[in-house]
Design a protein around this ligand. Structure first.
Ligand code: PLP
Length: 457
């Protein structure tokens, strides 16, 4: 399929890596990143958060996608992490883009992406954004209501409309069904309205929910999409686009393989595409796209946070025993819920961290103490880890959060004047996502056993 390309031309890759001053490194797994962060901290006088962005991981994620679902062209949902380097690598691979606003469309265009590689995948758009898309020649857009169709007809009559249907994975981490997606009994009314007001319709989209778990949910969603295609045909359209949305995770396992791409989800998708849109169906000319967000963003960035304040005190053991006091440590680190850890609130994230002893500090004590890790703002709700067991940290120690690129920096603010939305960025390009195999397996086990989600080095 000429639509789906894998890998960048070597010259293009070199240009992207040079543009960001990427440091080539052998391994991009958690151990290697920990060593890299430690040496960067030791060799600089940095004492504020920084991100390590690994463009090698992004390339391998793209390749894994292509190998698992060759028929499905990814349109990266850049809301998840609108980092120019990430967008550049994906654009150079031939990836398309799912944009949710004028600003995101502009970011894709700035990366040299042509308008036909952009889908404005927001079913309820601001009029300004619709007019902007029209002015830039971005035609593909989603809808799920009559009133949205009327808005599109008014401000973007040349749009190629895509019906967003509701098809939820009940096991998904975050469901979108209560906000978006037409039900089966609405398809006909919506599609015939598009026809009656003279709009073009080209296909159907869905999003089963973020952090999807069920391959069967994708199968059922594709089956529902086929029903919508048949309604489209009955209404006089010839649909040629199926957009299977996002929801995919992008984690490497201890062998450096992208776990979600060897699991049941791609298998069910491929099977459903064959069954409902295969060569002996009326839709064999179908173009299939997807809108993965976290899949590409998750392993693209690692965040290091500096411990800048420590408070030791005696605190109540529990509310039931107000007289029993135990030693407790409070720490403030350089990023928090108003910054990249907004994912704890909005994305249900459960961050995991390595503890890195600060440069020139002795190794950490092995005795664990009850601890709370706060973000840097004055708000007491700005809390990253509550009541976890940690060794005594010192001002100058660090916490490293590997694979922290999805829905993190994208939603960060500079609340309190703390520049969490503009941290230092440090680019690398790793050659593999595997560390020394045993060591990585050990790391994963330690995580499971740890009393908190924090691991001391
Ligand atoms: N497409 C749409 C329309 C979305 O709303 C989202 C997430 O909010 C995505 C794609 C990306 O989803 P994910 O990060 O789960 O792949």
């Amino acid at each position: 399929d000429a639509e789906v390309t894998a890998g960048m031309e070597p010259a293009v890759a070199a240009a992207v890596y040079t543009k960001y001053g990427c440091l080539p490194i052998a391994a991009g797994g958690p151990l290697a990143i920990r060593e890299l962060a430690q040496s960067y901290i030791a060799s600089s006088d940095i004492d504020d958060s920084f991100y390590i962005m690994d463009l090698g991981n992004v390339q391998r994620l793209y390749d894994a996608w292509h190998a698992a679902m060759p028929r499905v062209k990814p349109f990266y949902a850049m809301k998840c992490s609108p980092m120019p380097a990430l967008i550049d690598v994906l654009a150079a691979n031939g990836c398309g883009f799912d944009c949710a606003s004028a600003a995101e469309i502009q970011l894709a265009l700035d990366a040299g992406v042509s308008p036909d590689r952009i889908i404005f995948a927001h079913p309820a758009k601001r009029p300004f954004d619709i007019r902007f898309a029209a002015s830039k020649g971005v035609t593909m857009t989603t809808f799920d209501s009559i009133i949205e169709l009327d808005k599109i007809a008014k401000w973007h009559p040349d749009a190629q409309c895509v019906l967003r249907i509701r098809a939820d994975d009940p096991e998904a981490g975050i469901s979108f069904g209560i906000k978006y997606g037409a039900n089966l009994d609405e398809y006909e009314n919506l599609i015939s309205h598009a026809r009656d007001i003279g709009l073009d319709m080209i296909g159907v989209s869905f999003h089963v929910g973020s952090l999807a778990k069920s391959g069967k949910a994708f199968y059922r969603a594709i089956e529902c999409a086929r029903k919508a295609f048949d309604v489209g045909t009955a209404c006089g359209f010839h649909f040629s686009l199926l957009d299977i949305g996002g929801g995919f995770t992008g984690r490497f396992n201890s062998f450096g393989i992208v776990q979600s791409m060897v699991g049941e989800i791609p298998a069910y998708i491929n099977e459903a595409l064959e069954k409902f849109f295969g060569p002996d169906t009326p839709y064999s000319d179908l173009r299939v796209i997807a809108e993965p967000g976290r899949y590409f963003a998750e392993a693209s960035m690692h965040l290091a946070c500096h411990v800048h304040s420590v408070r030791n005190r005696l605190d109540r053991a529990s509310d039931d025993e107000p007289d029993v006091l135990i030693p407790t440590c409070d720490y403030l680190i350089s990023d928090g819920l108003y910054g990249s850890f907004n994912c704890v609130v909005y994305d249900g994230a459960k961050p995991r961290a390595w503890l890195l002893p600060g440069p020139n500090l002795p190794p950490m004590d092995t005795v664990l103490m009850r601890s709370t890790v706060f973000g840097p703002t004055c708000d007491s709700m700005d809390c990253v880890f509550k009541d976890v067991m940690l060794p005594q940290l010192r001002v100058g120690d660090w916490l490293l959060f590997p694979h922290f690129g999805a829905y993190t920096l994208a939603g960060a603010t500079n609340f309190n004047g703390i520049q969490n939305a503009n941290p230092s960025l440090f680019y690398v390009c790793s050659q593999s996502s595997v560390d020394e195999e045993n060591a990585v397996v050990m790391w994963a086990c330690e995580m499971e056993k740890a009393p908190s989600q924090i691991v001391a080095t």
